[in-house]
Design a protein around this ligand. Structure first.
Ligand code: B12
Ligand code: SF4
Length: 487
C-alpha cells in the first residue's frame, strides 16, 4: 500500500529548531517493514504544498500527527486532502490521546477525520493498515463511506482507536496495551526525511544548519505524575529499551548515518540508573563517546548522583536539562514534583563538577503562585546558574490536573487550541490574585535578570555559539527581554 504520513505545518511564534518527527519516523519504519511504500511530509521543512504530494503519490491511507497546538492545522490538512481524494485519514499523537477530555471524539466527529489512534501507534497502525488492505482487496472502487459503514465491520475488535461510522455513531474502542518489548521495534526511518533541511535540536557542534543531528529515545513514558505535565496523563507506562538495543541504534546513527550529535528525547531517562551505567560502559567500549549527546528534556534531579553523571560524561554526555520548575518548595510540593530544592542544588553542583553543561527549565505562574514565589524562582535560577535557563509561562494543557484546577478556580485566556503554546510571551490563565499582567511581567523580568547580569553577559559574549548564531540570539533576546517583544 502507499502510505502518506504527515506532520502538519504549525509555526511557533519563536524560532524553534527543527528535527525529524520521531513518532512518524517509527510509524514509517513499521510500515516499511510491512512492505508499504511510505512518504513522509513534514510541514516544518517542506516547500511543496501537501495537495501536490497527494495528487502525485495517490496514497491508500494518510496518517496525520498532532499535539494540542497543531490539531487545527491537522484538521485543515485533512480537509484539504479529502477535498482532493477519497482516502481514509487517520489522526494520532498526543492531543487525541488524552481521553479524559473526549478530544478523540472532537477530532473523529469531523467529516475530514475517519479514525483516531490513541497512545503509542506502531502496533495499532500496522493492524489498521492490514485491515484496510484486506478491505481494499475486495473492493474494485474505494469509498470511505463503505469502509466506515457499520456493516463492513472492518475495525471491529481493534483496540486503541476511535471511529465514526458512516451512520454518524462515535465508537471509542478500549485502550491498546503499551508495547511491552520496545527492543522489538525497528529503528526510526530517517531515510524518509529530507535530512539536509533540518537544523539541530540542541546545538553542541558549531554548525546549526546542516549539522548531522539525530534524536534517540531509550525509554518511553514517565512514572512521575507532575500536575502540569501532559506526559503524566498519557496512556503509556514507563518502559526502557535494553542497553544493547540502544547501543545498536547509536552505532547505526554514528557509523552509518554520520551523526555529529545525538539528542536523547526521553522524558525521564534516569529512572533506572543501572541501565544508564550499562549503556555508558557500552558507549565507551565501542568508542562512541567522541560524539556529544544531550538530555534534551531533562533527567530527574533526585536520581542524578555524581557517580552516574561522571560516568555519562565519560561516555560523551555534553549537556543535560533538569525540570526545576519552581524555586519555592510549597509550590514544588503542590505540583507533585517529588523532589526538594536542596536535591536540585546538589544535582546542579554534581553536574557542573563533572564538567557537564546544564539547562534549567522553570515555570512562571503555576497555580497558587504569588509575586513572592515567582521571585523565588527567579532567584533560584540565578543561584543555580545553568548554561541555559528556559522560563515558560504556565500553559494548562488539556487533561492535566492544572487544567482541571484552572477550569474550576480560574479563567483560561486561550481561545483556540492554537493558543496552547508556551515561550510565546503571553500568560494563558488567571487565578485568584495571579493576573495575566503579573505573570507576564515576572516572566520578562526572569529573562532580563537571568541573562543581563554582567557575569552572564561576559559568559555569553565569550561563547562561540553566540556569534555563530548572532541573528537568532538577537531575535530571541528582543522577543523575551523587551516589553511587548513577544507579541
Ligand atoms: C521532541 C519534542 C518536541 C520537539 C519536536 C520535534 C519534532 N519534530 O518532533 C520540539 C522541541 C520542537 C517540541 C515543541 C513543542 N512541544 Co514537544 N515534545 C517533544 C517530546 C519530548 C518528544 C516527542 C517524541 O519524539 N516522542 C516520541 C514518539 C515516538 O512519540 P510520539 O511523537 O508521541 O508518537 C507516538 C504516538 O503519539 C503515536 N502517534 C503520533 N502521531 C501519530 C500519527 C498517527 C497517524 C498514528 C497512527 C499514531 C501517531 O504513535 C507514535 C509512535 O508510538 C514530547 C514528549 C514525549 N515523550 O513524547 C513533547 C511533547 C509532545 N511536546 C509537547 C508540547 C506542549 C510542545 C509545544 C507545544 C511546546 C511549546 N513551545 O509551546 C511545542 C509545539 C511545537 C510544534 N510546532 O508542534 C507536549 C504535547 C502535549 C499535548 N497536549 O499535545 C509533549 C507531550 C510534552 C509534555 N510532556 O507535555 N516538542
Ligand atoms: S514533568 Fe517530567 S517528571 Fe514530571 S511527569 Fe512530566 S516528564 Fe515526568
Amino acid at each position: 500500500m502507499r502510505v502518506l504520513l504527515i506532520n502538519p505545518k504549525f509555526r511557533l511564534p519563536i524560532d524553534t529548531r527543527t528535527t525529524p518527527h520521531l513518532g512518524l519516523a517509527y510509524l514509517g519504519a513499521v510500515s516499511e517493514q510491512r512492505g508499504d511504500e511510505v512518504r513522509i511530509y513534514d510541514g516544518d521543512v517542506e516547500e511543496q504544498p501537501v495537495e501536490e504530494i497527494v495528487r502525485e503519490f495517490q496514497p491508500h491511507i494518510v496518517g496525520i500527527t498532532a499535539n494540542t497546538p497543531q490539531v487545527m492545522a491537522a484538521w485543515r490538512t485533512a480537509a484539504a486532502i479529502k477535498a482532493l481524494a477519497d482516502v481514509p485519514v487517520v489522526l494520532g499523537g498526543p492531543h487525541v490521546s488524552i481521553v479524559s477530555e473526549e478530544l478523540d471524539f472532537e477530532s473523529v466527529g469531523r467529516p475530514e477525520v475517519d479514525i483516531v489512534v490513541r497512545g503509542e501507534g506502531e502496533t495499532i497502525w500496522i493492524e489498521l493498515c492490514h485491515r484496510l488492505e484486506g478491505f481494499l482487496r475486495d473492493q474494485p472502487e474505494f469509498s470511505s463511506a463503505a469502509l466506515m459503514h457499520p456493516s463492513a465491520k472492518v475495525w471491529e475488535g481493534l483496540p486503541g482507536i476511535t471511529t465514526q461510522t458512516s451512520d454518524g455513531e462515535l465508537h471509542r474502542h478500549p485502550a491498546h496495551p503499551p508495547i511491552a518489548d520496545l527492543d522489538a521495534l525497528p529503528w526510526p526511518a530517517y531515510h524518509l526525511f529530507k535530512m539536509e533541511r533540518y537544523t539541530n535540536l540542541q546545538p553542541t557542534v558549531d554548525r546549526v544548519e546542516g549539522a548531522r543531528s539525530f534524536s534517540i529515545m531509550t525509554s518511553r513514558g514517565c512514572p512521575y505524575r507532575c500536575s502540569f505535565c501532559s506526559q503524566s496523563i498519557m496512556p503509556v507506562r514507563w518502559r526502557a529499551r535494553s542497553p544493547d538495543n540502544v547501543l545498536a541504534e547509536w552505532q547505526h546513527l554514528v557509523e552509518d548515518l554520520g551523526a555529529e550529535e545525538i539528542g536523547v528525547l526521553d522524558d525521564s531517562a534516569n529512572i533506572r540508573r543501572q541501565r544508564l551505567h550499562e549503556l555508558c560502559d557500552l558507549l565507551i567500549e565501542h568508542k562512541l563517546n567522541h560524539v556529544p549527546w544531550i538530555f534534551v528534556n531533562g533527567i530527574r534531579a533526585n536520581l542524578a548522583d555524581r557517580e552516574l553523571l561522571a560516568h555519562m560524561k565519560a561516555a560523551g554526555l555534553k549537556r543535560t536539562a533538569f525540570g526545576v520548575e519552581s524555586g519555592d518548595q510549597v509550590i514544588l510540593n503542590s505540583i507533585n514534583k517529588r523532589t526538594d530544592l536542596d536535591t536540585i542544588r546538589q544535582a546542579f553542583r554534581n553536574t557542573k563538577d563533572v564538567g557537564v553543561e546544564t539547562i534549567g527549565f522553570f515555570i512562571i505562574g503555576l497555580p497558587g503562585e504569588s509575586e513572592e514565589t515567582m521571585e523565588r524562582t527567579i532567584r533560584f535560577a540565578i543561584e543555580l546558574d545553568p548554561l541555559v535557563a528556559n522560563f515558560s509561562m504556565m500553559t494548562p494543557f488539556p487533561g492535566t490536573k492544572v487544567y482541571e484546577q484552572v477550569k474550576r478556580e480560574g479563567r483560561l485566556v486561550m481561545e483556540t487550541w492554537e493558543d496552547y503554546v508556551f515561550f510565546e510571551g503571553r500568560a494563558r490563565y488567571e487565578m485568584g490574585d495571579m493576573t495575566v499582567e503579573l505573570v507576564e511581567r515576572k516572566w520578562r523580568e526572569a529573562y532580563r535578570r537571568f541573562y543581563l547580569r554582567p557575569s552572564r553577559i561576559w559568559r555569553t559574549l565569550l561563547r562561540k555559539e553566540t556569534w555563530l548564531q548572532l541573528p537568532r540570539t538577537l531575535r530571541m533576546a528582543w522577543r523575551t527581554i523587551m516589553p511587548g517583544g513577544g507579541q
